[in-house]
Design a protein. Sequence first.
Length: 675
Amino acid sequence: MSEPKSRQPIVRALGLYLAGSWVCLQVVDVLAQNFALPSWAFLLTLVLLVIGLPITGATAFLQSRLRGAAGEERMGLEHRLLTWPNVVRAGVGALAVWGVAVTGWLLLGQRELSETEVLASIDEIERLATTSDVRAAYDRVAELDGKIRDEALRAELWGRVSRTVVLGSEPSGARVFRRDYAPAEAEWEDLGETPLTVERFPNGVSRLRFEMEGRRTREIAASVGVLANLDPVPLDLADAIPEGMVRVGGSAGNDAYGLFVPGLGQAPKIHLGEFLMAEREVTNREYAGFVRAGGYDDPSCWPQLFVDGDANLSFDEAMRRFTDATGRPGPSTWEVGTFLPGLGDYPGVGVSWYEAAAYACYAGRELPTVYHWYGAADPFSSPHVVPLSNYRGGAEPVGSQQGISRDGVYDLAGNVREWTMNASGATGRSRFILGGGWADLEYSFNDAVTATVFDRSALNGIRLVQSIDSTNLEAARQPIEVAFRDYRTETPVSDEVFEAFRQAYSYDRTPLNARVVSADTTDSWIRQQVEMDAAYGDERLTTFLFLPVAEAPPFQTVVFFPGSNVIYRGSYADLGLGQIDFLVRGGRAVAVPVYLGTFERSTDLRSDIQDQSNQWRDHMIAWTKDLRRSVDYLETRDEFDTDRLGYLGVSWGSAVAPAMLALEDRVRAAVLIVG
């Protein structure tokens, strides 16, 4: 039975519309795959087509019944609206809406990435994250957010650069602000009021500031891992603790490494109670109050026995040593009984341990113990604290640097050395003085340095603490013996065993594929940056060569191994010449390999403290290969006289020198400094 003629136009119209709709959807799908259209483009097309379906059907129905049997026209409003010309106009309008929406999104909105672009972005994020540029990695993921259609992939990328952090304060209701640890001019971001949950808190180290009416503002700095497990931050009433002091809590050291400080690895972990530490070092102006109060005349704050070598000094004899440049009582850096003009806010320096302890007594506080100092400083914080601290050219006003500790203490690294309470050994003739000063190398922050109790160097300063919990306080104050291994008493291994060790450090003499990538010239030297294939993996080794201008080749050449401060420097621009300048001016050439874990070749290495880990072993093997590979390159150029090859090691470079010199027999002479 055939379909009534009145229905045939409707069926034909709907059939044609559905077929056309299917073609439209296929075209949009192909466009989305090839031109990275937004994910909603397909849905928008479907919605517009669904809306058009009943309009098409109604138009076909009305047009088929437009004239009755008598031929009379029935021209109501619906007949005038639902005409085929109007339907065509509506279709063109829908197409225009679709085009404007998609084009506007492509021009102004977030364009979705192709699969190739996604993979390239993931590689970029991985590279940034592994080179410790975690903020750049976070910002890159933020740029990609909305451009990636796969929700699981988006969640994975955010998981690589951030984590959820819950922040609290005691009491609650504090306003929390966050900014990146560096650079110093980074903007503060308002996170909200405590308690609060931050879903995408950036990885890396951040500064947090807690503000609350009637409470002392608190600033802390820590890695995201520490912040994710942070207890509510206590906020003291404005007058509850002395001005300029901050709360410090937690133990010094850990069960595996002790204090994790060179020379103090044998010192056990000690759990300390909470204590207060001065936010900044003692200034000249503050120390002047002690001098004006007759501190050098009153023996009540000088109870310690004055011991100089084997001699004991009386109070008067000791005071005659504690004078300024003009013979008046005061630090060695002062004149006529006071500090130099304009230096009131600079740290008070040039004091012996006895003077530092006497000032602490006058101030009603005390010098920190080694445990208090390292508990506040945290040696593991050196990668982010040291670069923002003062290890250059002279002291700076206290608190002017941006190197801040976990608990909000400034200048623990650099500026001036800080006396501590602990004696080095039982005699008490030396005391620990920590953090390093402006003239020291950066690794001083991590080293347990001592000085004799009468030392009055212009780098010696003071920081104070105040105990509020006596837990293990007496144990922390006890003398500490510095660990020392006397290699003169060691029995050398046999030649056979040594040869077995040597094999682990050997490498194949493959082609260097070396090229000079840049050259700079000054009045004294020519600096060349050379890249070559490393002796391991697919890495490229960079070596800097310094050639004297005033001499003619061939040059006697020295291979340099620097101190561990280079571990904390991320750019070749920070390659200093202070320790090798004299060699070049003296007519020698100097080769400076960029050892694995330093400068642009940074790795997860964070300290020069030797241990028994596979990580340290692998780095040690790589360092010997970097040095020997650089010597291989020197032999390819006539300007360098490798028959008179020398080695200069400073500190870390001296510590690793036994392995370097035992494995590289082309070195004829070596100088080791601060071994």
